[in-house]
Design a protein around this ligand. Structure first.
Ligand SMILES: [Zn+2]
Length: 492
């Protein structure tokens, strides 16, 4: 029974990470660390093999443009990293596509991960994001189902069908959205995830998403949600209507699947006020009654940037009884720049998560650690999850120094790594790096330095050719408003 052995081993690693039973602030403090760490990825822009044609560096809902075999090649390297750096799980949007092998390739990849104590989980839309089978001829493709069952589609305010277009974020898909009030659709969604966890018994879990591309404006949905969701691009009421059923069907197929419920919010956001009401409202009660072995997932980028996450701010008490994961977009095309040095933000993410009693942290893992800033970002997640109150200096001394030729040089890296925002200083930095690289004996340390010089010079080069202004596309795609569809809000 090799599959059972692998699954039990994988379940054991998560259980070990979470040992200590109840997840409360005091329990997290007693342990002194954040036990669970995860990567979040899109399949089409995860590039851990270098120099592959068709690689993409941005996008939501893109086509997969590399040769299909690189889906497994890339993610095996991600898994290897996780296995050797105390990370427990990798989430993938676009997990199932005909283009990169469908069910068979996912089964092989999940088996590979399970063998190494790492779990692959699907980041799966329920009323959006393609559903259980992201793209292809499968009957479990949500896109196909909605095209064949227009009565289940979400509506815009003008009564037209609601498609999400991701042009403003580098995406290519024109994606139909489902109406959360449709029983026919809900039955299909539940059945599709039941099928998935049966067809891929090696699958390690699910991050479920109701959808955050605007809410359905049909009369039934508007009446069901009442006033609350009018200004939101997502709906907590819609989540309450489907999350418990999906969690139930996943658990019935897999006793140890990691079940993550996306909230699209920080728990201090205004929209989450319903989670603090006493007594709770109907929808909050439904979510609170979900099993306590699930994870609630939150996001924190804006609050870290604005300093609006006070130390020790409390999770909603009922949700603190389950597991809680905080994700950020540190060092990505979505926030700060892909492959940007973002270690201090990750430090603050871990510190604040720990002080608020969360027991899991997640970051984007699309960029290969060949890109040294990404390597440091990934290493920072582990370091500050292990030691959430450690200062930046500790990471520089303990982690960066051995990789760069010494502590003094590592401190210089910190001073130069973000000069992509300050290109006038890059020529001096580039000359300094050339001298460092000439003196460093270790070949891998030298490679890291020359990579930094090349990266910085690329920003200086573009800046000079762009009227000495920083080109906006280096950090975040420019917003575009496509005609005839609904643009994804610029809310990441
Ligand atoms: Zn509707």
């Amino acid at each position: 029974m090799p599959d059972v052995t692998r699954r039990d081993f994988c379940a054991g690693t998560l259980a070990a990470a979470l040992s200590g039973a109840a997840v409360t602030r005091s329990a997290a403090e007693r342990r002194g660390r954040i036990p669970v760490r995860m990567f979040w990825t899109w399949d089409h822009s995860t590039n851990w093999c270098e120099n592959v044609y068709g690689a993409q560096n941005v996008g939501v809902g893109n086509a997969y443009t590399k040769p299909g075999r690189f889906f497994e090649e890339d993610y095996r390297r991600v898994v290897d990293w996780c296995a050797s750096h105390d990370m427990q799980a990798v989430g993938i949007v676009g997990l199932l596509r005909d283009r990169h092998g469908g069910v068979e390739s996912v089964r092989r990849l999940c088996g590979y991960a399970n063998d190494r104590g790492v779990r692959i989980y699907i980041i799966g839309g329920l009323f959006a994001y393609g559903g259980a089978y992201y793209e292809g001829s499968s009957k479990w493709s949500l896109d196909r189902f909605l095209e064949d069952n227009k009565d289940c589609m979400a509506r815009r305010a003008d009564g037209g069908y609601h498609y999400a277009r991701f042009l403003s974020h580098g995406g290519t898909k024109n994606e139909p959205q489902g109406c959360p009030s449709s029983k026919k659709l809900k039955d299909f969604v539940i059945e599709s995830y039941d099928w998935l966890f049966k067809a891929v018994p090696e699958l390690g879990g699910i991050q479920m998403e109701a959808g955050d591309n605007g809410v359905c404006q049909c009369a039934t949905c508007k009446e069901r949600r009442g006033k609350r969701a009018a200004s939101e691009y997502m709906s907590l009421e819609d989540m309450a209507g489907i999350y418990p059923a999906i969690a139930g069907v996943v658990r019935s197929r897999s006793k140890d699947a990691m079940i993550i419920c996306e909230t699209y919010h920080h728990f201090l956001d205004k929209a989450c006020g319903i989670f603090y009401e006493d007594p709770p409202g109907k929808d909050a009660r439904v979510l609170f009654d979900m099993p306590k072995d699930i994870f609630w997932q939150w996001k924190c980028d804006a609050r870290l940037d604005q300093g609006t996450w006070p130390d020790g701010a409390a999770l909603p008490p009922e949700m603190a009884k389950a597991h809680n994961v905080m994700r950020s977009h540190a060092g990505t095309q979505w926030w700060g720049g892909r492959d940007a040095f973002d270690v201090d933000k990750i430090r603050r993410q871990c510190r604040s998560s720990f002080l608020s009693g969360l027991d899991a942290v997640s970051m984007f893992g699309e960029v290969s650690p060949f890109n040294t800033n990404a390597e440091f970002n990934y290493l920072a997640l582990r370091y500050f999850a292990d030691s959430p109150l450690a200062p930046m200096d500790g990471f520089v001394r303990d982690v960066m120094a051995p990789l760069l030729g010494g502590e003094a040089l590592a401190a210089e890296w910190v001073g130069m790594a973000r000069l992509d925002h300050d290109p006038e200083k890059i020529p001096t930095a580039s000359a300094r790096i050339a001298r460092i690289a000439a003196d460093v004996k270790d070949a891998e340390a030298r490679r890291r330095w020359t990579h930094l010089a090349h990266r910085l010079d690329s920003f200086r080069w573009e800046w000079e050719r762009n009227g000495r202004k920083l080109p906006v596309y280096s950090h975040h795609p420019e917003p575009l408003l496509p005609k005839g569809g609904v643009s994804r809000p610029d809310h990441l």
